[in-house]
Design a protein around this ligand. Sequence first.
Ligand code: FAD
Ligand code: DHB
Length: 389
Amino acid sequence: MRTQVAIIGAGPAGLLLGQLLHAAGIDNVILEQRSGDYVLSRVRAGVLESGTVRLLDAVGAGTRLHAEGLPHDGFDLLFDGVRHRIDLAGLSGKHVTVYGQTEVTRDLMELRAGQGALTVYEAEKVALHDFDGDAPYVTYLDRGEQKRLDCDFIAGCDGYHGVSRASVPSRALKTFERVYPFGWLGLLADVPPVSHELIYAGEERGFALCSMRSNSRSRYYLQCALNERVDDWSDERFWAELRRRLDPATADALVTGPSLEKSLAPLRSFVAEPMRFGRLFLAGDAAHIVPPTGAKGLNLAASDVHYLSEALREHYAERSSAGIDAYSARALARVWKAERFSWWLTGLMHHFPDHDGFGGRIQQAERAYLVSSPAAMTALAENYVGLPF
Ligand code: FAD
Ligand code: DHB
């Protein structure tokens, strides 16, 4: 089999890239190691920047998002029992849209299936070959049968644990990493959200986030120790701990119910440079991870594939390699700003078990400064709604 671009991974990065390339008339095949149902069952991000929405609209995947997504003009920060509103719209002129990653994925999958474009699910033993030369190809097992996909380019959109970055010789990669001494325990439940906007709570017992998927489905997170196990967290224990991390009025308003899903994610910052090796490009979590605090992971995957699809369009339509040559530097410039923001907001909002007295006082001062300074709140709002791309 032959295609122009072989895309590894059918997460948001791979699926959106597939649609952007399709719109530019560039043939592509997606190889995904899991089943479509498995990919759809992973509950992850929930907040879309307007740039991400613009891309989804551009490929024709925005209809349900506009009908069902919730535009949010602000959110609350809660410290010391007091909620402080960050007026995103007033400070930045933009809003964000609350719409789950599972729904983005579903919309993109359905669009792709409707176009008859090929996605091979449950592709096993995907291996990348000769991307440092002119004739790269990918091999894999399709229902036990060995297959070969020849291509012009390979897009590694296969997440942090994928094969693409792992195929690059380690001497060609420079990696940067920060591992945080805590994780997030997430719970999804069909209960109305406690507030119509998100609440990021930074209390002494640890961080908590009140988010949502719709007016009848809530998503909550608790900062927890890295050695916690999901099985040790009954729904009752989760709700009780969440209540303790909210101010009394919010805790009283909390509606609880049986969980639909619970999962634990460690927090990490990670960047691999560069994002291009000959005819292999990395995009999304395959190249970088942010801690979820700033809601940037999915949005960075979107800006990466925007730059990459533009570069490939230029290559095919204009016979120019300028975009391809600039891809890594363009993408990384935006990635590092989102890394900085996610790291900063993580530091602002979490309880650090290793903080000495000084670190704790600096955190208090930073919070007090932030909510008293329109300039500081504007910087927060500008980053949260998403830097331009
Ligand atoms: P992924 O979504 O990881 O997709 C990669 C795809 O590649 C997967 O479908 C995978 O099965 C496939 N794949 C992997 N290896 C191979 C292989 N060898 N061959 C073929 N296919 C392969 N972001 C937020 O903004 N907010 C959040 O609350 C949030 N929560 C998260 C919770 C968890 C547990 C995780 C892991 C991430 C979370 N993120 C969150 C980050 C966000 O979900 C990611 O940034 C986003 O999914 C990145 O999309 P992606 O397409 O680059 O990677
Ligand atoms: C969600 C996750 C985040 O990391 C965040 O900052 C906001 C919302 C969510 O899953 O709803």
